[in-house]
Design a protein around this ligand. Structure first.
Ligand code: ADP
Ligand code: ADP
Ligand code: ZN
Ligand code: ZN
Length: 761
């Protein structure tokens, strides 16, 4: 084999030599095979660049090379990672946090391959016997409910949206744009002679209402003069139904679909009551339950039921089923039911569900790669989850996980700590070895493993209350709650306990001025960058204009001063038909973005191209006299993004970085209510300190901050904690505790309190 630096410590290891992807500084690293390795480090240090963009990308690329060119055309493409050598790779399976999405036919049962086992169970042990396994599927014509075609819901005209009862036909009582006053569809009703076009609909008799909206009898004249024809009459709602609801959605334009959605509501199918199956299938029972009832049970309950079953003839099937459902429970997902639509699952839930399939796989010698698999998981559930990772390892696989969670780090066989800082201050392996040695290492991660959460001793006094009344979303049962305004309040509880239902469903819906700072992409436009998004580019351009006595517009990427080859981007994007495109530095301007004439204009020695290459931290020292630029840069540095370059496209930001740059853009507000959902996702303990400092600043500036979080460091730092539970799903939805974290320590019956007691011990 090729050149090899250093001596291998592990007889059998995936060996990376000279990795330089993104910020990696020619990293050499070994991932021992058949072990459980955690890669950790502050955010932006280069963990993803090493794990996903180097190791996993190379494994997938090499695997793809084994396919024919024709087959490769259908596969995602992976560029060759920037590294000298990557040896002893295994085929990689990347289990990521991309949401499962999927249409209404995709459920937890179908996606986890548990549904086929359940159908098999019914075909073997169901009474009376109705048929083979496929008949128990709502996706099969033999099994589906004929009324809703197996969807469980039916869509109907929302009459209160469709018509304005206070208006007459001439005043535009029919709200759908196709029935607007003056259109021929409108004429059908207004000129039919069947109705008084000036009478408000509220004054119609029941018979007239029925005639206008639903009737399908008689004929009406359409058009004027010689072109007039007689057409059969159809009530307005019936017509809308036929044209917009009963049509195949795939045939409708996006706009038609959007408009249709405004005038329709969906409700549980009256024939099957949402069970999606026909009567014959629903009549077949095992242990008194039909298949829809079993699919609607929480996984936890179903698991207990399967334990009780004694089914001669279906024993092995029931055993497999019990094993898989048990995996869901062990994964902290026991509150979900098999009939839950995948589109409603969070990223963390999606990742854990993808893992269920692999747990029963008999492949060995694989490389499993996970991206923060404990996202959204309560401390109580982390141990059981780690046991599953170990199970995967013990089957003879290599498990490689990017994680910050202390309990996961301390369970690893091997740790790779990347750092010490982010961006150009990171990209090195600062520690590698066994966990025991990490606990004494002088790295941010070493400190984190040693440190205990600090309980806030001096909670802030509330400045008023924010009310939640009668909340009934999902598993909440008429909840009333007063949240303290002007404080940092954390809503905690095990997964599925109702945190999102309370905060997003009940609170945000009732306080429409609340600012939700989430992790969704800031922009998908390649032209948006740190400087444009935060509003500092304008004052920077003005500073250049003043210093050089020229127009500020010269320094705009839209101006004639921009490099004509890359239009001021500094890079060229090459889109390839079937393959993922790639980015290269613009040859014409060498990445400087502007023409030589523009670049000749200097501000304290730097060109506009130089400035856009600066990191926020460097720029803060450069823009000492430009007050506005200074303030914005200060906010970016305060949220821990000092390593972002001013010209860095926002499309390269991670979810956590997106959330923090949104925060940075909000830091100047006062009297606002901020809502953050799991802001510690993707954050290392030392990043969490930075985040908490930002949240404190917001609260001290007269704002209210409401955070959904399971991270104990954040919970301990709150002024006020609302803990939901005690469990997920139907056994959750109750407020177990409200008060400051020091009191939470003494609360009984709360998993959060128990975890906090363990952590500060
Ligand atoms: P981590 O996973 O530790 O949070 P990353 O590996 O995502 O860190 O990022 C390391 C550095 O590489 C950061 O400075 C980041 O901005 C940069 N980076 C990440 N992805 C890209 C990309 N596609 N193009 C350019 N720079 C990138
Ligand atoms: P948490 O945020 O604490 O994890 P959630 O509020 O997401 O909890 O969930 C509370 C309960 O509501 C769980 O039983 C969950 O399965 C259910 N639930 C949440 N979202 C939906 C949804 N879109 N459809 C049906 N049930 C849901
Ligand atoms: Zn139905
Ligand atoms: Zn250029």
């Amino acid at each position: 084999s090729g050149p090899r630096k250093g001596r291998s410590v592990y007889p059998d290891a995936i060996r990376v030599t000279g990795a330089r992807q993104h910020n990696l500084k020619s990293v050499d690293v070994e991932i021992p095979k058949g072990q459980f390795t955690v890669v950790t480090g502050v955010s932006g240090s280069g963990k993803s660049s090493l794990v996903f963009d180097t190791i996993a990308a190379e494994a997938q690329r090499q695997l793809n090379e084994t396919f024919s060119a024709f087959q490769r055309g259908f596969l995602p493409s992976y560029g060759q990672p920037d590294a000298d050598l990557i040896e002893h790779l295994s085929p990689a399976i990347v289990v990521d946090q991309k949401r499962l999405g999927g249409g209404s036919r995709s459920t937890l049962g179908t996606i986890s391959d548990i549904a086929p086992l359940l159908r098999l169970l019914f075909s073997r042990a169901g009474e009376p016997w109705v048929g083979y396994a496929h008949t128990f599927s709502f996706n099969d014509p033999e099994g589906m409910c004929p009324r809703c075609q197996g969807l469980g819901d039916v869509v109907d005209v929302d009459l209160d949206a469709f018509v304005d009862w206070s208006r007459s036909l001439n005043e535009g009582a029919l709200r759908h744009p196709n029935f607007k006053v003056g259109t021929w569809m409108w004429q059908v009703y207004a000129n039919s002679g069947r109705f008084d076009p000036d009478k408000p609909l509220a004054e119609y008799t029941d018979a007239e209402c029925h005639d206008l909206l639903f009737a399908t009898e008689g004929r009406v004249p359409i058009g004027d003069g010689p072109a007039q024809v007689n057409a059969s009459y159809e009530g307005a709602a019936t017509k809308f139904r036929r044209l917009s609801i009963e049509r195949d959605v795939a045939e409708m334009s996006e706009r038609t679909r959007e408009i249709a959605a405004r005038f329709t509501t969906s409700r549980s199918c009256p024939a099957c009551e949402g069970a999606r199956l026909n009567d014959t299938v629903l009549g077949c029972r095992v242990h008194g339950y039909n298949i829809a009832e079993m699919a609607a049970m929480e996984a936890r309950e179903l698991h207990m039921l399967l334990d009780e079953l004694d089914l001669p003839g279906a024993g092995p099937v029931a055993g497999h089923l019990r094993e898989r459902v048990g995996h869901l429970v062990d994964m902290g997902l026991g509150y979900l039911s098999l009939d839950r639509r995948t589109a409603t699952l969070s990223g963390g839930e999606s990742q854990r569900i993808k893992m269920v399939r692999h747990l029963t796989s008999s492949l060995t010698d694989m490389l499993y790669v996970f991206d923060e698999p404990t996202v959204g998981l309560h401390a109580r559930d982390v141990d059981r989850f780690v046991a599953l990772l170990l199970e995967l390892r013990d089957k003879g696989n290599t498990v490689l996980v990017v994680e910050h969670d202390r309990d996961v780090i301390t369970a690893a066989d091997h740790v790779v700590d990347i750092g010490p800082g982010a961006g150009i201050d990171g990209g090195e392996v600062v520690f590698t070895g066994a966990v025991a040695a990490l606990a004494t290492a002088a790295t941010p991660t070493g400190e984190h493993v040693r440190r205990l959460p600090t309980l806030r001793q001096d909670p802030r006094e509330p400045a008023g209350v924010l009310e939640i009344r009668n909340a009934y979303q999902h598993n909440l049962r008429g909840l009333d709650l007063d949240l303290p305004a002007g404080t940092l309040t954390v809503v905690s509880g095990v997964a599925g306990s109702g945190k999102s239902s309370l905060v997003h469903g009940a609170f945000v819906a009732g306080h429409t001025d609340a600012i939700v700072v989430d992790q969704t992409a800031v922009s998908t436009n390649r032209r948006s960058n740190t400087a444009t998004y935060t509003g500092m580019l304008d004052p920077i351009r003005k500073a250049f204009a003043r210093a050089n006595g020229v127009s500020a517009s010269l320094f705009s990427a839209n101006s004639t001063g921009a490099c004509p080859s890359c239009q001021g981007l500094g890079v060229i994007y090459t889109d390839l038909a079937f393959l993922e495109g790639f980015t290269s530095t613009c040859d014409a301007c060498g990445g400087q973005r502007f023409t030589d004439d523009v670049l000749a204009h200097r501000l304290r020695g730097a060109s506009i191209g130089d400035v856009l290459e600066m990191t926020a931290g460097v720029a803060l020292d450069f823009f000492t006299v430009e007050r506005k630029v200074q303030t914005i840069l200060g906010a970016i540095v305060d949220v821990g993004l000092d390593y972002l370059r001013l010209g860095q496209p926002l499309t390269t930001l991670s979810g956590g970085e997106c959330q923090r740059i949104k925060l940075a853009a909000q830091l100047h507000r006062e009297g606002a209510v901020y809502v953050l959902d799991e802001p510690t996702t993707g954050l290392h303990a030392s990043d969490i300190d930075t985040l908490l400092a930002v949240l404190d600043r917001l609260v001290d500036g007269g704002n209210t901050v409401l955070v959904i979080e399971h991270d104990l460091q954040v919970i301990a730092h709150a002024d006020w904690v609302v803990d939901l539970g005690p469990e997920g799903g139907d056994d959750g939805g109750a407020v177990l505790f409200e008060g400051p974290p020091t009191d939470l320590l003494r609360a009984s019956g709360s998993h959060t309190a128990a975890a906090l007691r363990r952590a500060v011990d």
